[in-house]
Design a protein around this ligand. Sequence first.
Ligand SMILES: *Cc1c(COP(=O)(O)O)cnc(C)c1O
Length: 400
Amino acid sequence: MSLAFGRDHLAIPGPSVIPDRVLRAMHRSAPNIYAGPLVDLTKGLLGDLKSIAGCEGHAVLYIGNGHAGWEASLCNTLSPGDRILALVTGRFSLGWVQMARQLGIEVETLEFGVTEPADPARVQAALEADTDKRFKALITVQTDTSTSTSNDIPALRKALDDADHPALLMVDSIASFACEPMHMQAWGVDVLLTASQKGLMTPPGLAIAFISDKVWSLHDAAKLNTPYWDWKPRANPSVFPEHFGGTPPTHHLFGLREAVDMLLEESMEHVWARHRTLATCVWKTVDAWNAGGDLRCHVPKAEHRSTAVTAVDTADGDSSRLRDWCETHMGVILGVGLKPTPTATVIDSGFRIGHMGHLNPSMLFGTLATIDAGLKALDIPHGSGALDAATTWIAEGFRS
Ligand SMILES: *Cc1c(COP(=O)(O)O)cnc(C)c1O
């Protein structure tokens, strides 16, 4: 008997759950795009997005997904034949690398495996080895969504500074933005990318690039730049549609405005702390399963993990039947496990729990309890008391 009635729950690492407030904000007739609320809203929205990013430069929008942000970042700063250094910690880092190579950029990769973040000492050594400073940029993800590792961005900035290397620091925070701390200016990030559908709780369709003033010298020499991707008119439009290279993404703007209001009402410090608390519940639960079975957090060390998504390893053959059971019988959709290759190949020895964006304990405990029931129903060996571990840990935080 399926119990999957009522509201289903999307526990994948993006797109994430869309709050009712955001849905309601989008449920409206087509607005005037020449003047009025939409035009007024956009200016304030860009300012608020910058404050969430800790950005003192410009925020630039595209009607696009995360891949649009990747392409924009490369085309606005580089020319064919330019060299960049890329840190690889999973499939999303590799996707950006593959795109750069397709654009004719020479990419040197540093591989850090798939269970650990980048090692800043190795990054510094690679930068120091580049004695004629040919690397124009260092590209890295903050969180690699396939492996759920989280890179230490200030440590990577320090590696650049200690190596006295002028390369731009370009960071993909698509999975981590508005989930994990980000202080773009203070951390010395030159280009920061995100998209609407993860921590920003809005449907897929908007890419956002935050750019520091340091980028303009490279931008003006970038031969990969094209009129549509060009940051300049989008950052300094002479007429409103230039923000978007054409017609604005009307309803996405209303939705994102509401989502940003929700984040600012909660305060970013609180949003980041909530994600850490809920992520720790996930880890406590998985650790308890692991005590009596073959399920574990893919990233061994808690300090290396993202607080937006957790990759869970299972015995080979267990993950797809578990995901199927959770969806069919319980209405909970889990993220697929991904092989660390540039193309999205699904594996059967792991799944991912998205815990980004609009999430509270009842939504998360529902997901964890559903997985627990699935392990039992499918006779997949697992330790007992997993939910107890999570609820006990949550309760501890409220004891005086
Ligand atoms: C989701 C994601 C992307 C890709 O975003 P799309 O919207 O699917 O193009 C890129 N990088 C990271 C880290 C992501 O989590």
